[in-house]
Design a binder for this molecule. Sequence first.
Ligand code: ADP
Ligand code: MG
Length: 238
Amino acid sequence: MGHIKLTNVIKSFGAIDVLHGINLEINDGEFVVFVGPSGCGKSTLLRTIAGLEKPTGGDLAIDGKIVNDVPAADRGLAMVFQSYALYPHMSVRQNLAFGLENTRMPQAEIAERIAEAARMLEIEPYLDRRPGQLSGGQRQRVAIGRAIVRRPVAFLLDEPLSNLDAELRGSTRAELAALHARLSATMIYVTHDQIEAMTLADRIVVLRAGRIEQIGTPLELYNRPANRFVAGFIGSPH
Ligand code: ADP
Ligand code: MG
């Protein structure tokens, strides 16, 4: 499961209106990418879905249940940030276990999930190292691993590759696509990188100043952009 529906979601910070009524339905297993210029509200939208921001208005439903008042930790989602957010004093293994240990999950199950995620992400050799002893790419894998072990209904990724150099970004992008195919989980992915959006997305949501300009497959947006803004953002000649 991992069906997410937003109905007229509004978010304001005091007098600043950031999201102006977002209507969006994301299907189970879909890879949806949010694009748009800096400051248009991509992170706010993602954080609102995650439960890290409370919507000022509207409804958010996960698998048919309104979750407006459900705390972030109980929504069955996992968020991956650009800045890794790993605990520097803990080993990779402990970082992966964190968040599972305050559930009632048996230790054997925790160990099994860590082993599986480590295998998938090829970070087995680093399990006993600390984040400071890893490269940026390895740290980002650990951050993704920390999401995987929770077996979320959806992954929310906020510019997860933007701290990596170009080459590593390319290879990690391909791994993310493979991971999505393998996990068949819903993924919502924020980026301002057109190539990432075009190659990863089942559908792209183009945002501008807190509103959705267009939603469509990469090909639809490329071939039939709704306006010049979308065309410019997607790199379409239309
Ligand atoms: P993006 O991720 O697309 O760059 P953000 O969602 O981070 O955009 O920000 C959208 C707008 O909301 C910006 O104008 C930003 O300054 C504002 N904003 C975001 N978070 C807060 C906050 N906690 N308090 C006040 N304004 C905020
Ligand atoms: Mg952002």
